[in-house]
Ligand binder design. Structure first.
Ligand code: NAP
Length: 259
């Protein structure tokens, strides 16, 4: 994870000063980059993780070194007791939540002829039930004018063989995003999604062969795979005052892979 240089700090706007952000699955990959970016913009940041304590502690240590108030909490997104406790822990440590980034996610590859019900549970429990449970808990402690950002995926709209269950979880998120935006408009809370294309993380390397990665890279208009920071930049915009008039949208952050 990149450390902010003084020059970078000077260039990055401080749009999130005084805000409290919770990023689920912030120990690695896209979530870690989002935590880092929101912190660079002045937010106090809490991250959750389920297994990678060492990685989570490293993210927090680095943020603290940069003078940011940062916290990591172990909370399995698929466990309702954990998600409720996570929100309580964040509020006790940092105060009411202004920005919730539902990033924690898992991938499963299962062609329909091989699908087992357990595959469904594994991926829906984290990617959908976890988002519903975390959001419901966070909303009881979220300030009006807050932000909810769901990390979706380009494959909610584009078919890849064997991706049906994973893609269906992200399509579900896109629908939740639209309806929640209506539900929460009266509280001036915006709800949006960011849909990454292939982005260089552990998940991508596990899900795509090197040949598939090369093909994806070639298919983007910009001629490369995404980096976690590419996604974090879009999340920061939506989390900030600059994104205040955007709600109910899922923004593709994919270098133009599907145009
Ligand atoms: P990643 O590298 O595998 O990281 C996943 C993160 O989620 C880790 O911090 C992990 O923490 C956490 N996590 C996993 N299961 C969890 C659980 N049950 N409870 C709490 N945290 C959990 O994945 P990534 O590529 O950064 O993906 C982040 C998000 O972007 C996901 O929602 C993914 O679906 C989406 N996305 C990724 C891509 C891509 O190409 N990378 C493309 C489109 C969408 P632990 O290690 O502690 O479990």
């Amino acid at each position: 994870m990149a450390t902010a240089t003084n020059t970078e700090k000077a260039l990055i706007p401080q749009r999130l000063k005084g805000k409290v952000a919770l990023v689920t699955g912030g120990s690695r990959g896209i979530g870690a980059a989002i935590a880092q970016r929101l912190a660079k913009e002045g937010a106090t940041v809490a991250i959750s993780y389920s297994k990678s304590q060492e990685a989570a502690d490293k993210v927090v240590a680095q943020l603290k070194e940069e003078g940011v108030s940062a916290y990591a909490f172990k909370a399995d997104a698929s466990c309702q007791k954990d998600t409720a406790k996570l929100v309580d822990d964040v509020v006790a440590a940092a105060g009411n939540i202004d920005i919730l980034v539902n990033n924690a996610g898992v991938f499963t590859y299962a062609p329909v002829q091989d699908i087992k019900v357990e595959n469904y549970d594994d991926v829906f429990d984290v990617n959908v039930k976890g988002v519903v449970a975390t959001t419901a808990a966070a909303l009881t402690k979220m300030n009006d004018g807050g932000r909810i950002i769901n990390i979706s995926s380009g494959v909610a709209r584009v078919t890849i063989p064997g991706y049906s269950l994973y893609s269906a979880t992200k399509a579900a998120l896109d629908t939740l995003t639209r309806v929640w935006a209506q539900d929460l408009g009266a509280r001036k809370i915006t709800v949006n999604g960011v849909a990454p294309g292939a982005t260089d993380t552990d998940m991508m390397r596990a899900g795509l062969t090197p040949e598939m990665q090369a093909a994806m890279s070639e298919k983007t208009a910009l001629g490369r795979l995404g980096e976690p920071e590419d996604i974090a930049n879009v999340v920061a915009f939506l989390a900030s005052c600059d994104g205040g008039w955007v709600t109910g949208q899922t923004i593709a952050a994919d270098g133009g892979i599907n145009i």
